[in-house]
Design a binder for this molecule. Structure first.
Ligand code: NAP
Ligand code: MG
Length: 399
C-alpha cells in the first residue's frame, strides 16, 4: 500500500515532557506508516528554546504564517522552579502566548464526546465550545515588585506630543505589587469577528461575558465592541440562521453554563478562557479529551491539545514506572492539522485519513480499551486500562 502524499508541508512544533514522548509515538505508530509526511520541524522543547533565546518559537510562528497550518505539542511555560530545574538563562514567556500574539487568532476548544464517558454535569448533552481571546491582558502584562513606600501611576504619552494622561494606581505605604495590562481595539474586534463567524459556521448560539460593572473602561470596551459589531454586521445574519448572541456578566455566565444543556459557543476573555476551559474540559470527562485550534483572521491554523505536558506522569516515566497517559487530544491535534492541510491543498485522501484516524480512536475507546483517566470514569462495564504505549498500539492496529 502506498502512502498518502502531501502537496505542501505543515509546521510541526515539538514540545516537552510526557507529551513529547507521546508526540514521537503518535508520529511513529499512527502517522508515518500511512502518510508521506511533509513537515517543517521546530523543536520548542524548553532546552532548545533556552539555547536559541526563544528565537525558535518566533521562527515557528513565522513558518505558520508561510504554510498556513501547524500542529503543536504541549510545552512548559517556565516558572521559578523550571528556571532552576533546567538552568535557564531567563524565565522565557509562554510559547503559546508568543505564537498567539504573532498570529492574532482565536482559540476554539471543544470536547471529544465518546459513548461511555458522560459529563459530570448531568444537564450537559451537547459540547460546549470555548472561545478564548488570544491576545493581551495578564498574558502580556508588565509587573513590578514595589519595594517600599511610594506612588505607582499609569501614564499615557500621546505619540503626537499631546498632554500625557495620568491615573494613580496606588499610593503605597509599604511594599507590595503592581501590574499593567493592555488590549487593543483591533484585537478585540478580530476576536469578536472570529466568534460571530464561527457561530454562524457551526449554527450555535454565542455567549460572551466580562466584568464590565467593576471594570468600567477596560472590560466595558470588550462589551461595546462586541455589541457594535453585532448590531452593525451580524444581527440580521444571526436572526436568519436562528441563533442568538447573548451578553451577560461573567459570574452570571458561569452560573448559567452549569445549568445549560450545552451546544453553544462561550466566548471568554483571555484569562477566563484559560481557567474555564480547564473546568469545562474536566467536567466533560477528561482534560485529555479537549481539542484546541487557533484560528486567525488571516487564514492561519494551529492545532494542539488543550492540556499541558502532564509533568507528574513524566516523572513516573523517568523513574521507569508504567504510565497511562491519554494521547487522544494530541492525536486529534494531528488529525485536525492533516484535515485542514488536505482541505487547503485539495487532497481528499489526506482528509479521509484524518477521519479514519479519529474514528479508530473513538472506536477503540467505545470498545472498552482506554487509558486510566477514562477507565476511572467510564460507564462502560469492564473497561481495559492500557498503558500510554498500549493505547496508541491499540489505535494503530484498528487503523
Ligand atoms: P497538565 O499537564 O495539563 O496536567 C494536569 C493534570 O491533569 C495531570 O497531572 C493529570 O492528572 C491530568 N492530565 C492532563 N493531561 C492528561 C493526559 N493527557 N492524560 C492523563 N491525564 C492528564 O497541567 P500541569 O501539570 O499543571 O502543567 C504541566 C506543564 O504543562 C506546565 O509546565 C505548564 O506550563 C504546561 N502547560 C502547557 C500547556 C500548553 O502547551 N498548551 C497548557 C497547560 C500547561 P493526574 O496527575 O491526576 O493523573
Ligand atoms: Mg489553562
Amino acid at each position: 500500500m502506498s502512502k498518502i502524499a502531501m502537496k505542501t508541508p505543515l509546521v510541526e512544533m515539538d514540545g516537552d515532557e510526557m507529551t513529547r514522548i507521546i508526540w514521537q509515538l503518535v508520529k511513529d505508530d499512527l502517522i508515518l506508516p500511512h502518510v508521506d509526511l511533509k513537515s517543517d520541524y521546530y523543536d520548542l522543547g524548553l532546552k532548545h528554546r533556552d539555547e536559541t533565546d526563544d528565537q525558535v518559537t518566533r521562527d515557528a510562528a513565522e513558518a505558520t504564517k508561510r504554510h498556513g497550518v501547524a500542529v503543536k505539542c504541549a510545552t512548559i511555560t517556565p516558572n521559578a522552579a523550571r528556571v532552576e530545574e533546567y538552568g535557564l538563562k531567563q524565565m522565557w514567556k509562554s510559547p503559546n502566548g508568543t505564537i498567539r500574539a504573532m498570529l492574532d487568532g482565536t482559540v476554539f476548544r471543544a470536547p471529544i464526546l465518546v459513548k461511555g464517558i458522560e459529563p459530570y454535569v448531568r444537564t450537559w448533552k451537547k459540547p460546549i465550545t470555548l472561545a478564548r481571546h488570544a491576545y493581551g491582558d495578564v498574558y502580556r502584562n508588565v509587573e513590578m515588585r514595589i519595594p517600599a513606600a511610594g506612588k505607582v501611576e499609569l501614564v499615557y504619552t500621546p505619540a503626537d506630543g499631546g498632554e500625557p494622561m495620568r491615573e494613580l494606581v496606588h499610593e503605597f505605604a509599604g511594599p507590595g505589587v503592581a501590574q499593567g495590562m493592555h488590549n487593543l481595539d483591533a484585537s478585540i474586534e478580530s476576536f469578536a469577528k472570529s466568534c460571530f463567524e464561527y457561530a454562524l459556521a457551526t449554527r450555535q448560539d454565542l455567549w460572551f461575558a466580562t466584568k464590565d460593572t467593576i471594570s468600567k473602561k477596560y472590560d466595558h470596551r470588550f462589551k461595546d465592541i462586541f455589541q457594535d459589531l453585532y448590531d452593525s454586521q451580524y444581527r440580521a445574519r444571526f436572526e436568519e440562521a436562528g441563533i442568538t448572541y447573548f451578553y451577560t456578566l461573567i459570574d452570571d455566565a458561569v452560573a448559567r453554563v452549569m445549568k445549560s444543556d450545552g451546544g453553544f459557543i462561550w466566548a471568554c476573555k483571555n484569562y477566563d478562557g484559560d481557567v474555564m476551559s480547564d473546568m469545562v474540559s474536566s467536567a466533560f470527562g477528561s482534560l485529555a479529551m479537549m481539542t484546541s485550534v487557533l484560528s486567525s483572521p488571516h487564514g492561519w491554523w494551529e492545532y494542539e491539545a488543550a492540556h499541558g505536558t502532564v509533568q507528574r506522569h513524566y516523572y513516573k516515566h523517568l523513574k521507569g514506572e508504567q504510565t497511562s497517559t491519554n494521547s487522544v487530544a494530541t492525536i486529534f491535534a494531528w488529525s485536525g492539522a492533516l484535515r485542514k492541510r488536505g482541505e487547503l491543498d485539495e487532497t481528499p485522501e489526506l482528509m479521509a485519513f484524518a477521519d479514519r484516524l479519529e474514528k479508530a480512536v473513538i472506536d477503540t475507546i467505545e470498545s472498552g480499551q482506554m487509558t486510566g483517566d477514562l477507565a476511572r470514569i467510564t460507564t462502560l462495564a469492564n473497561p481495559q486500562t492500557l498503558t500510554t504505549e498500549g493505547f496508541i498500539e491499540a489505535v494503530a492496529s484498528r487503523l
